[in-house]
Design a protein around this ligand. Structure first.
Ligand code: COA
Length: 502
């Protein structure tokens, strides 16, 4: 059924939402310049990392960049010194992981590791080939304690590389600069590796370390230069003349991998202009979101076939298409009650039985509280929804369109519930609870601690800490979801649910 939703213009909402997005775009413009080593990098005749990606992907195709805000205001490392995303190479979708050597020699900060691991997870879950454009001095030594020893630290990158390859997910790497220690293992563990003549070097310890350890004096080129590795050690497989040549070579190697090519999906636009979302997102987050009007601007032909429209109305569920992909939608429409949680659980099971991907539009302050709902067992109803979300094996996609508080975050497929992609609108906020509520809880337990500052729950803070895959313009949500869904090449897996408490 097409949704009917003529716009009632709201200039105040529009102004606030536009200002939020413009502020984000200003940050992006700064970040796109890279680090302070840019001049030295380009004087060496090397391409800037963003230009490498531009020349690598198919001309005119889109690059779905992930988490460009990583590390923003955490440390002075634009994009955490690594660009990750999904691009199209020779008609195939691929995860691209590219070090930015202009940021502290491409070394790995803790959030660089997290971003690299996230890109590998996306490759694994969607069964996408990987390309690594390597230009990294390994670990950022001043923060080594925060990035080396633990399970999800640097070593996990190599563990994942081995296991991705074992799962028949191809990985091609190209060495664009000096790759030392940890930086050397990425190309050394790839399936097929290119290195650039008189530019790329690869060694476990550089000349200063060799001298200190063994007294041997050796140049970088002798120790781990491109010709040596292609001719003598066999660590690398292909010799490239320069950056451009290496990128052409990657594209040629892509002709010999066998993952499926991307398919065109026919899609009809919504009946209402997605740009009107700027008028619809309430400037005051405490105001109710007009969720049907929002859906009317996200779905193909604005068509939505609602499930149980009269029951549990604070969770809107139904079938639709987004950019030609058939999906089941779960969208918040107020605080979650037991009935809405039950309905969500039922709907998730329906979609899993039919193999239909789930899209969560998250704007949730949490589950209802109070004597009546506790007596009615809201904890077990909420647990059912959380359980169903956790065990649903169909691809899940989450968009944070407003608030994301408390267990509502879990029931609506927050980061811990493995959505394939999680994108955030600039207006959204995320925390255990709102700051006022947190302060009031702390005062009732007579704590002298104060609630964390509000800026820790903003979309920008969330994205800087990699709690999401990036902030997106609300009016481009369809395109982002469409791209994300078209990359899925993983085989279907039956969902198995555990004990649902009745
Ligand atoms: N940890 C912390 N900072 C590092 C670093 C590391 N491993 N490697 C480089 N840096 C910093 C440098 O101090 C410099 O910082 P600055 O811009 O604030 O002065 C910046 O990164 C760029 O390094 P620089 O040597 O000037 O640039 P370059 O392009 O000529 O060389 C490297 C880059 C990475 C090849 C070179 O710095 C290097 O070999 N580093 C040591 C690598 C290493 O031994 N890693 C082992 C850890 S696993």
């Amino acid at each position: 059924m097409p949704l009917v939703s003529p716009l009632i213009p709201n200039a105040a909402n529009h102004a606030v939402n536009k200002a939020l997005y413009d502020a984000y775009e200003n940050i992006l413009t700064t970040l796109h310049q890279g680090g302070k080593g840019r001049l030295k990098h380009e004087e060496r005749g090397k391409l800037f990392v963003r230009d490498r990606i531009k020349h690598l992907i198919d001309p005119g195709s889109a690059f779905l960049e992930l988490s460009p805000l990583a590390a923003w205001q955490v440390y002075d490392a634009p994009c955490a010194g690594i660009i990750t995303g999904i691009g199209q190479i020779e008609g195939r979708a691929a995860v691209i992981i590219a070090n930015d050597a202009t940021v502290k020699g491409g070394t790995y900060f803790p959030l660089t590791v997290k971003k690299h691991l996230r890109a590998q997870t996306i490759a694994f879950e969607n069964h996408l080939p990987l390309v690594s454009l390597v230009d990294s001095g390994g670990a950022y030594l001043p923060l080594q304690a925060e990035l080396f020893a633990d399970r999800e630290h640097f070593g996990r990158i190599f563990y994942n590389q081995a296991n991705l390859s074992a799962h028949k997910i191809p990985h091609i790497a190209a060495v664009f600069g000096s790759c030392t220690a940890g930086g050397a293992y990425v190309p050394a563990m790839a399936d097929e590796t290119i290195i650039i003549k008189n530019q790329g070097t690869l060694f476990l310890g550089g000349p200063p370390l060799v001298k200190a350890a063994t007294g041997e004096i050796v140049t970088a080129e002798e120790l781990g230069g491109a010709r040596m590795h292609c001719q003598t050690s066999g660590v690398t497989d292909h010799l490239a003349e320069n950056d451009h040549d290496a990128l052409v070579l990657i594209r040629r190697l892509f002709r010999h991998i066998t993952t499926p090519k991307l398919l065109e999906h026919h899609a009809d636009a919504p009946l209402y202009d997605p740009k009107e979302l700027l008028d619809l997102i309430p400037a005051n987050p405490k105001e109710a979101f007009p969720i049907y009007a929002i859906l009317a601007r996200l779905l193909d032909r604005s068509e939505f076939d609602e499930f149980k429209p009269l029951y549990g109305q604070t969770l809107v569920c139904g079938f639709a298409s987004i950019m030609g992909h058939h999906v089941g939608i779960l969208a918040n429409n107020g605080v979650l009650f037991g009935e809405s949680a039950q309905k969500g659980t039922h709907f998730i099971q329906l979609c899993c039985q039919r193999g239909i991907p789930l899209v969560f539009l998250q704007n949730i302050t949490g589950f209802m509280v109070g004597r009546a709902v506790e007596h009615a067992g809201i904890a077990k109803e909420g647990a059912k929804l959380v359980h169903a979300v956790a065990c649903a094996s169909v691809p899940k996609y989450t968009i944070m369109i407003g608030s994301s508080y408390g267990a509502g975050n879990y029931g609506m497929c927050g980061r811990a519930f493995d959505p394939r992609f999680l994108f955030t609108w600039p207006n959204s906020s995320i925390a255990v609870m709102g700051r006022d509520q947190a302060q009031s809880v702390l005062s009732t337990i007579e704590s002298t601690d104060t609630a964390s500052p509000t800026n820790e729950s903003t979309a920008i803070y969330s994205s800087a800490h990699l709690w999401d895959d990036g902030i997106i313009p609300p009016w481009k949500t369809r395109e982002y979801l469409g791209l994300a869904m078209s990359t899925n090449q993983s085989p279907a897996v039956d969902s198995r649910f555990g004990v649902l408490r009745m």
